[in-house]
Ligand binder design. Structure first.
Ligand code: SAM
Length: 257
């Protein structure tokens, strides 16, 4: 139990998970904001794809709310290697950040090995701990073709980190049977969100990891140009980044096939 407590309190977490009185030391406590995502109460009978799942809070939430099948996909190998392609000037910063995944594995190796894990993938760790059947695949939003179609596809807080959000949304469209849930965040230009223009503001020179601030209208227009028949903004909220104590603006779009 002490080792588990240590992992929850001192490990490298993106999401806060609650388990038997413990809360993981994540950057985002998404449970506090889940009402803003416009989720259904029950996902029984549905297959759900969670693209850019990170530690898997949303994948696990969907499984706990009845989904028949949940697949989380992330380009992170959780082994210390860089998960995405940042601006060149910021590459070293991001390499150092991602190295924390290898460090986390080294420190808590015996616990990970107990669950048969060879890296610090928290989605797999949590699903083994909680005995939930959630699948994970290391892969990219730029090629979802091998995964097939899912009733519900989610892509939360990823578009702004991509060099090419248009191709990404086209891939989400191809993977979606019914509905795609897209959340977009901005740390830098929240005022852009409510503008009634399809604006994409480049900001790759600020951190090298967030390329564009996308307005609501821009993401809606990208969804429509990918083939979705209807889009709806279902939520707007601020979510606190607990590591840096700053609020990030978010909006949630549901795109219907
Ligand atoms: C900001 S986190 C968001 C995590 C989670 N979806 C959420 O909303 O809390 C973005 C995630 O997308 C992953 N990612 C970055 N580029 C990706 C790509 N091209 N394909 C799939 N995942 C990617 C990162 O490794 C990271 O786990």
């Amino acid at each position: 139990m002490n080792e588990l407590k240590d992992l929850f309190e001192k490990g490298r977490w993106y999401h806060c998970f609650r388990y038997e009185g413990l809360i993981s030391n994540g950057t985002y406590d998404v449970a506090d904001y889940v009402e803003h995502y416009g989720f259904d109460k029950d996902y029984s009978g549905k297959a759900v794809l969670d693209v850019g799942c990170s530690d898997g809070f949303f994948s696990i939430w969907m499984k706990e709310h009845g989904a028949d099948r949940v697949l989380g996909v992330d380009s992170n190998k959780y082994d210390g290697s860089l998960a995405f392609s940042p601006s060149i000037a910021f590459k070293q910063n991001h390499q150092e950040k991602y190295a924390q995944y290898a460090n986390d594995y080294d420190v808590f190796r015996s616990l990970y090995e107990k669950y048969g894990l060879k890296n610090s993938n928290k989605l797999l760790f949590m699903t083994k701990l909680m005995d939930l059947n959630v699948e994970f695949s290391n892969g990219s939003i730029y090629d979802l073709s091998s995964y097939g179609e899912f009733d519900v596809v989610m892509c939360n807080d990823l578009l702004e980190h991509l060099r090419d959000p248009i191709t990404a949304i086209e891939q989400l469209y191809l993977a979606t049977k019914e509905k795609c849930i897209i959340t977009v965040s901005s740390a830098y230009k929240p005022d852009l969100f409510n503008r009634k223009k399809a604006l994409a503001l480049f900001q790759g020179h600020i951190s090298g990891g967030s390329f564009f601030s996308l307005s609501e209208e821009a993401v809606k227009a990208m969804c429509m140009s990918a083939g979705f028949r209807k889009t709806k903004i279902v939520g707007r909220f601020e979510m606190i980044n607990k590591r840096y104590s700053v609020n990030n603006s978010h909006f949630v779009i549901h795109a219907y096939k």
